[in-house]
Design a protein around this ligand. Structure first.
Ligand SMILES: *[C@@H]1O[C@H](CO)[C@@H](O)[C@H](O)[C@H]1NC(C)=O
Ligand SMILES: *[C@@H]1O[C@H](CO)[C@@H](O)[C@H](O)[C@H]1NC(C)=O
Ligand SMILES: *[C@@H]1O[C@H](CO)[C@@H](O)[C@H](O)[C@H]1NC(C)=O
Ligand SMILES: *[C@@H]1O[C@H](CO)[C@@H](O)[C@H](O)[C@H]1NC(C)=O
Length: 208
């Protein structure tokens, strides 16, 4: 009795494992989604020509239409069921895109999955594209096109020496040379302007 039960379960196991290995589920045939449309493998969708690779900029689960990657994400390859988040130093303001965009000069983005880059505040700057941190403090210099409103349309910003009548850059932000002052406003240099102005970031990370 014990012997025959063991034999039966061994045979059943052999049939089960043979079935799993030998018969992969066909794609686009048989199984349908909730709207009655054929399902496809992950990374594909059911189109006019049957199961088709998901286009760039989209994610496909195998059921239903391709889903556009949202702003702050992208997909650079066909046939995928996910979107990449933008990495620090890059952004993507639109949906359905095939790449991320490096932050322009004068801007930076410390976080992933973002739709804009921050503008460097007055007296600070970033002279390189695609950066995650703002560069050193330059007292006596100002950044044009300051953008604390996180406007993704604004492109890069540059650093300029404050005019002779208002030679000090302050701790507060302001647009263009209006960020400069006739009186020192508490700007604390981290490097000399010569050091920082060559585009080398000091050993410092953005926090907050
Ligand atoms: C797509 O983007 C990802 C994430 O940035 C990257 O790892 C991958 O190499 C890129 N693939 C292609 C084909 O560019
Ligand atoms: C990415 O999309 C843009 C349009 O948004 C298109 O001009 C470009 O050719 C695409 N690049 C690739 C590699 O698919
Ligand atoms: C930029 O300045 C730093 C600090 O003084 C220096 O170490 C570096 O060599 C400079 N880089 C270039 C490319 O001039
Ligand atoms: C920024 O870098 C460029 C070259 O990469 C250089 O010509 C320019 O002088 C730099 N500007 C500042 C303010 O460092």
């Amino acid at each position: 009795m014990h012997f025959s039960l063991h034999l039966i379960s061994t045979v059943a196991l052999a049939i089960l494992s043979t079935g799993v290995v030998a018969v992969p589920k066909p794609e686009g045939v048989g199984a349908v989604d909730i709207s009655g449309r054929s399902t496809c493998y992950s990374g594909r969708y059911y189109g006019p020509k049957g199961c088709t690779n998901c286009p760039k900029g989209y994610s496909c689960s195998g059921n239903g239409d391709p889903q556009a990657c949202g702003a702050g994400t992208f997909q650079n390859t066909t046939g995928k069921n996910f979107c990449y988040s933008t990495e620090p130093g890059t952004y993507q303001p639109n949906s359905g895109q095939n790449s991320s965009i490096p932050c322009p000069k004068g801007r930076y983005q410390p976080y992933s999955q973002q739709t804009f880059c921050y503008g460097a505040p007055t007296g600070r700057f970033q002279n390189l594209t695609g950066q995650a941190t703002v560069c050193g403090v330059c007292c006596g210099w100002y950044t044009d096109k300051v953008d604390s409103a996180q406007n993704p349309q604004l492109t890069g910003a540059n650093i300029h020496k404050c005019p002779a009548k208002t030679p000090y850059s302050g701790s507060s932000s302001g647009d263009g040379a209006s960020g400069c002052s006739a009186q020192p406003k508490g700007c604390v240099p981290m490097k000399t302007c010569v050091e920082a102005a060559n585009g080398t970031c000091p050993d410092q990370t953005f926090s907050g």
